[in-house]
Design a protein around this ligand. Structure first.
Ligand code: ADP
Ligand code: MG
Length: 177
């Protein structure tokens, strides 16, 4: 299965990347967003929503657990799939995730689950696992002339996409031109 990796240097760059991916998403796609608090999972989802053509204003569904963003006829992709955005941070088990009844919209919407590792695997045999990480493996640390760390370092993220399952076979070219 395929794998891709990018490094972004701002929230805007992460959203631009996600917007490009979002334009190519289809009903039935399940994305798992992995990464610590503040890594950029919700920021990434905002870009996905733009690419899908749902109304702007995506915020973290931390307290409501799941929020459905309908794809309106006025958006950039009229007739495109809705976005079902889940934050599993406060869920304790796969059973609690199952209680959200995501199955009912799985085939018709794009489902994005933040913090879903160890739970969402049961939801779908195929998923695109996107990991956001503050650590930048290969890039040298940025330093300024006076030797202090460059503040921009704070904004670097490594973003990795790993496709799992038959649903994603051959989708890399279409998703990531
Ligand atoms: P999460 O949902 O993973 O907890 P959020 O998306 O809510 O994270 O928050 C990420 C924070 O990091 C935001 O304040 C965002 O502006 C900031 N940020 C800085 N650089 C980046 C980057 N390269 N990509 C994504 N977010 C970034
Ligand atoms: Mg979040």
């Amino acid at each position: 299965m395929w794998r891709r990796e990018w490094v972004t240097a701002s929230a805007g760059q992460t959203q631009a990347l996600a917007r490009r991916i979002g334009r190519a998403l289809r009903a039935g796609d399940v994305l798992l967003l992995s990464g610590g608090l503040g890594a950029g999972k919700t920021t990434f989802t905002q870009g996905l929503g733009e690419g899908l053509g749902v109304r702007p204003g995506i915020i973290s569904p931390t307290f409501v657990l799941v929020r459905i963003h309908p794809n309106l006829a006025t958006g950039s992709r009229p007739g495109g799939p809705d976005l079902v955005h889940v934050d599993a941070y406060r869920l304790g088990s796969a059973a609690e995730l199952a209680d959200l009844d995501l199955d009912s919209s799985l085939d018709d919407a794009v489902t994005v689950i933040e913090w879903g590792e160890g739970m969402a695997e049961e939801l779908s045999e195929s998923r695109l696992v996107i990991t956001l990480d503050r650590a930048v493996g290969t890039a040298a640390p940025l330093t300024t002339a006076d030797g202090t760390d460059d503040a921009d370092d704070e904004e670097l993220r490594t973003i990795t996409a790993v496709a799992v399952g038959p649903h994603w076979v051959g989708r890399d070219l279409e998703l990531l031109p």
